[in-house]
Design a protein around this ligand. Structure first.
Ligand SMILES: NC(=O)c1ccc[n+]([C@@H]2O[C@H](COP(=O)([O-])OP(=O)(O)OC[C@H]3O[C@@H](n4cnc5c(N)ncnc54)[C@H](O)[C@@H]3O)[C@@H](O)[C@H]2O)c1
Length: 261
């Protein structure tokens, strides 16, 4: 028995909507590496399977599913399939979201369709997937863990047409605190990570501009943007028993950016 056993996810089952994405696939791999059996969910079977294959190659048990987690029916289906395959569900890490860079508009003119799309992609996806997972956790009576992905944009304005995204991430942070408060009685902990820019295809267009990137990096005390692997340790910690007294927290994974504001 080692002290490090409190960080182990051995015997746990994790559901990762968006697990085929840049951050999601890194997180799904890390959860599996820490011992969990993992269901990877993405919009197409190919995206889910690509991430699952890497996990399988590393020797872990994984299920790949295609689903649209902005629909109740698909969320119920992926939870049922996970419980059927692995016998339980302990952890959900919500990795569907983003889109900010694709819909930049002045705040006074922010179009309703772009607003609705960002809200669906970020808030509805997290809401519906979590509701389905938590209903199964409450029914099983073994407690559970929810980890959401917020953003520094929940707390920091940016002079770049981000109205819908900042509102969506603000909602994710607020729901994290609300759910932690409501579901503590079921032994379910709810936390979020709050990254700054992470070097991924979603933000490649912005970070490819050297002046923009320098402006971002200059404000980050650790002197660089995030890498997908920077996200994994905090998520594994929050998912593990090492964080058993941690709930309702929005954990900055931002190289110190928000500490300077
Ligand atoms: N990349 C960054 O700089 C950054 C910074 C802060 C926060 N975040 C957040 O991290 C999360 C992941 O971002 P990413 O950069 O890995 O994005 P990504 O686009 O690489 O990953 C998102 C994944 O979700 C999938 N997806 C989209 N809609 C779906 C749906 N309805 N049902 C199922 N799957 C769906 C996509 O196919 C994709 O694989 C997002 O919430 C994003 O806002 C990203």
């Amino acid at each position: 028995m080692s002290y490090l056993d409190v960080f182990s996810l051995e015997g746990k089952v994790a559901l990762v909507p968006g697990g085929g994405g840049a951050i999601g696939s890194a997180i799904a791999g890390a959860l599996a590496g820490a011992g969990a059996k993992v269901t990877v969910v993405d919009v197409t079977q190919e995206r889910a399977e690509a991430a699952a294959e890497a996990i399988r190659a590393a020797g872990a048990e994984v299920l790949a599913l295609a689903a649209d987690v902005t629909t109740e029916a698909d969320c119920e289906r992926i939870v049922a399939a996970t419980v059927e395959r692995f016998g339980r569900l302990d952890i959900i890490v919500n990795c569907v979201g983003g889109g900010a860079g694709k819909v930049l508009f002045d705040a006074q003119d922010y179009p309703r369709d772009a607003w609705d799309w960002i809200m669906e992609l970020n808030v509805r996806s997290t809401l519906l997937a979590t509701q389905a997972a938590v209903k199964a956790m409450i029914k099983a009576g073994n407690g559970g863990v929810v980890v959401n992905i917020s953003s520094v944009r929940a707390d920091l304005g940016i002079n770049a047409g981000y109205s819908a995204y900042v509102a969506a991430k603000g909602a994710i942070s607020s729901l994290t605190r609300q759910w932690a408060t409501e579901w503590a009685k079921h032994g379910i902990r709810v936390n979020a990570i709050r990254p700054t820019f992470v070097d991924t295809p979603q933000v490649a267009m912005l970070l490819d501009d050297p002046a923009f990137k320098a402006g971002v990096v200059n404000r980050i005390p650790l002197g660089r943007v995030g890498d997908t692997s920077d996200m994994t340790g905090p998520v594994v910690f929050l998912a593990s028993d090492a964080a058993r007294f941690v709930t309702g927290q929005i954990v900055g994974v931002d190289g110190g950016l928000t500490a300077t504001q």
